[in-house]
Design a protein around this ligand. Structure first.
Ligand code: HSE
Length: 287
């Protein structure tokens, strides 16, 4: 029996579109064991209990890469990561399946191999990389299509609050909402603000974070897909927080400088949006 636990991830950390992702302590757990039938899946909707299940597809991919026969397997899923909310639920499935294949055959896949395989399956690295390694990770594909990674520290002085709406945003729709080019002026804006954002995150400087989190690549276009974005923006401003859209939404991530402000924001957001999942969230540093 193999147990795999994978964290949710918050990609597109503001001006870090498609490159900067953060692992957070919301987890899905998967138990893989031998089965008498080819495939059994429990703990998910019946429409996902078949060979098209992404966890199983990744497990098969891992076996193929290791040049091993795909065993008969039972996969028990216990997921706390919400689907289509910008918290990396598909990355969770991919990483779980690949890690399970690795463990099944004696832990043969290195982190680098996991990153390459998972990035190829997902199409972008900014969810799978923090899901594998934990923490705050910058990742991109180089000219040879190999993922390149840089880890950053997240200051303990920062408090993160996830605001998860009771509605989904499709990643495909969110990608279609983006323009096809960026002006020189906006590119300079992104580069300068990225530097400030990273400095603010590493040093726990909320002023820098608030200033750095001023994205011009995706948030102005994707905010329109989240009907409550401006209401949330105002709420977070009341507690001096910084805000970004997690992944392609609908989740929004607030960053505050102390737990009192976080608790007050959580209370106010819960009153405003009683059906949302609003909670303080720790950073996962282990993957
Ligand atoms: N960087 C990806 C995107 C994340 O914005 O499309 C999707 O979760």
């Amino acid at each position: 029996m193999i147990k795999i636990k994978v964290p949710a991830t918050s990609a597109n950390v503001s001006v870090g579109f498609d490159t900067l992702g953060l692992a957070v302590a919301i987890y899905s757990t998967f138990i893989f064991s031998e089965s008498s039938s080819k495939l059994e899946i429990t703990g998910t909707d019946s429409k996902f209990q078949n060979a098209n299940n992404l966890v199983y597809k990744a497990f098969v991919r891992g076996c193929e890469y290791l040049e091993q026969p795909v065993p008969n397997v039972k996969i028990e899923i216990d997921s706390d990561v919400p689907v289509s909310r910008g918290l990396g639920s598909s990355a969770v499935c991919i990483v779980a399946g690949l890690k399970a294949a690795s463990e099944w055959f004696g832990g043969k896949l290195s982190d680098d191999e996991l990153v390459v395989l998972a990035t190829k399956m997902e199409g972008h690295p900014d969810n799978v990389v923090p899901a594998i390694l934990g923490g705050l990770q910058l990742s991109f594909l180089d000219d040879n299509n190999h993922p390149q990674l840089v880890s950053y520290q997240v200051s303990d002085n920062l408090n993160f609050v996830t605001l998860i709406p009771d509605y989904q945003v499709s990643t495909d729709e969110a990608r279609e909402a983006l323009p096809t080019s960026l002006s020189y002026q906006d590119t300079v804006h992104q580069v300068s603000h990225f530097g400030m954002l990273i400095h603010g995150i590493e040093n726990g400087n909320l002023n820098e974070l608030r200033m750095g989190m001023d994205d011009r690549m995706h948030e102005p276009y994707r905010a329109k897909l989240i009907p409550d974005y401006s209401t949330v923006q105002e709420l977070v401003k009341n507690f001096n927080g910084a805000l970004y859209i997690s992944g392609s939404g609908s989740t929004m991530m607030a960053v505050l400088s102390n737990s009192e402000d976080s608790n007050q924001l959580i209370g106010a957001a819960k009153r405003k949006f009683p059906n949302w999942r609003v909670e303080s969230v720790m950073i996962d540093n282990a993957g």
